[in-house]
Write a protein that binds this ligand. Structure first.
Ligand SMILES: Cc1cc2nc3c(=O)[nH]c(=O)nc-3n(C[C@H](O)[C@H](O)[C@H](O)COP(=O)(O)OP(=O)(O)OC[C@H]3O[C@@H](n4cnc5c(N)ncnc54)[C@H](O)[C@@H]3O)c2cc1C
Length: 422
């Protein structure tokens, strides 16, 4: 029996595609993990924006075939950066020509005058930003924005900490973009169910035998040698254990020693806010805020995405791992004040809100975490334990990546099982 832990997209994706006998346990009382939706009157809120940008047509069909076309909206992404009182297109490095003239000259000059010593390969994320884009682009946007998001010193992160999600651009692409704006990015268009991202989960779950899923059951210990798992309700014996819980937690449950400092991450507090009417005319799906005096790093406009006639926002605030997150009520006024400062909030009245704390949210990928993870993953898989998902595999990835990895693992393990029986 395959014991699957966690009913987010990874755990459900594995259950939906394995031919093996399985049991799935989930600590919370709902399926979905971070891909959940909250309904409050007319407002439809996810845990921060959760949008699907497909790279694999077969996964798109797998997920979307269960959701009627009229319930899905395809959105052409419109995102901007609020920089010194003006909005410029995202990504910053491709749109420096939209800055005020002196700022533009600084960025362009520095882009073509990157100091010699920076030619040696960068070994941290921050060094990479300076080496690829020069001082001004790095210091005006890339460092303050990513510093707010990750809530850590960017010198601690690996060069490739954001993988394909970082919008790289060379000098030629930057200059070409002055005249011919490029719309190429990993999520230039995205799909979104009108009733929120939980519809994606429901679609995947429709391929799962829900009689084999137990909610409100937490995994609390694993005996790797005996292949047994202690939960809050019972002792289970498994052939293989497929976990999507955060990797360091899995190591603890398996009694594998590790250095917690290696596995650091940020946490994100999300405010979902519903107002009585539309805000000032703008089409943005979301806007980035590098200004350190503003509490949030990004604000998303559900009403523009879902074409609703009342302003509905998600506001994301980054915290360091050790930071105390203040009670939501005390932060709410600060959030509303900052929304007024930037002109998003004028005379609209707040009608409803909720908060979601995502912890972990963005893992801090470092050279050490990658090396340690590879070593410990090998130890676990030698004991028939597989750790998948954004937090299980301790990486930066999307919902589609999670589904892809889960299906691949199910295929791999079913072949292994077949060969054992040959
Ligand atoms: C701010 C933010 C915005 C994002 N936006 C997007 C986006 O727009 N598009 C996109 O594609 N991706 C987005 N993502 C990424 C996306 O949320 C993740 O890739 C995805 O939800 C991870 O799914 P998962 O199943 O791997 O993990 P999770 O969703 O974390 O699921 C793990 C499950 O395990 C359960 N669990 C934990 N411990 C135990 C235990 N001991 N016993 C039993 N169960 C347990 C948890 O309750 C949870 O349900 C975003 C992430 C963040 C932080």
């Amino acid at each position: 029996m395959d014991l699957i832990v966690g009913a987010g997209i990874s755990g459900l994706g594995y259950a939906a595609s394995t031919p093996n006998d399985y049991q799935l346990i989930e600590r919370s009382n709902d399926i979905g993990g971070y891909c959940k939706t909250f309904y409050n009157g007319e407002y439809v809120w996810d845990c921060a924006g959760h949008f699907f940008h497909f790279q694999h047509p077969e996964l798109r069909d797998f997920v979307m075939s269960n959701i009627p076309d009229e319930e899905v909206i395809q959105v052409r992404k419109q995102t901007q950066i609020y920089y010194k009182g003006r909005l410029i297109d995202y990504p910053f490095q491709m749109n420096i020509h939209q800055l005020e003239q002196q700022e533009f000259i600084d960025c362009l000059y520095d882009l073509f005058n990157i100091p010699e010593e920076a030619d040696s390969p960068a070994s941290t994320f921050k060094q990479m930003l300076y080496a690829k884009f020069g001082k001004s682009i790095a210091e005006k946007f890339l460092i303050p924005y990513n510093g707010k998001l990750y809530a850590t010193d960017l010198d601690k992160l690996d060069v490739d900490a954001m993988g394909r999600f970082f919008p790289y651009a060379n000098k030629e692409q930057i200059i070409r973009n002055f005249r011919n704006p490029s719309s190429q990015s990993y999520n230039a268009t995205f799909l979104h169910p009108l009733r929120g991202c939980i519809r994606i989960i429901d679609s995947v779950a429709s391929h799962v035998d829900m009689k084999r899923v137990t909610l409100g059951e937490e995994l609390i210990a694993i005996d790797m040698k005996q292949h047994t798992a202690q939960t809050t309700r019972r002792m289970l014996t498994y052939d293989r254990l497929i976990s999507s819980i955060p990797f360091p937690q899995l190591l603890s449950l398996c009694s594998v020693n590790y250095d917690p400092a290696i596995y650091s991450c940020n946490k994100v507090l999300v405010f979902n806010l519903g107002f009585d009417k539309k805000g000032p005319e703008r089409q943005n799906n979301w806007i980035y805020y590098p200004d350190p005096s503003l509490v949030f790093y990004r604000v998303g406009f559900y009403d523009n995405i879902l074409q609703q006639d009342r302003m509905s926002l998600y506001v994301e605030i980054g915290f360091g791992q050790g930071d105390q997150v203040p009670p939501a009520d005390t932060l709410l006024e600060r959030v509303l004040d900052d929304l007024r400062k930037i002109g998003v909030l004028t005379d609209q009245r707040l009608e409803a809100y909720n908060t979601v704390l995502m912890d972990p949210a963005y893992v801090h990928i470092t050279h050490q975490s990658e090396t340690d993870k590879a070593e410990k993953m090998a130890l676990l898989s030698n004991n028939d334990i597989y750790s998948i998902g954004r937090y299980g595999a301790w990486k930066y990835c999307s919902l589609e990546d999670n589904l892809h990895d889960a299906i691949q693992l199910a295929e791999k393990l079913s072949q292994q099982k077949d060969s054992l029986h040959l």
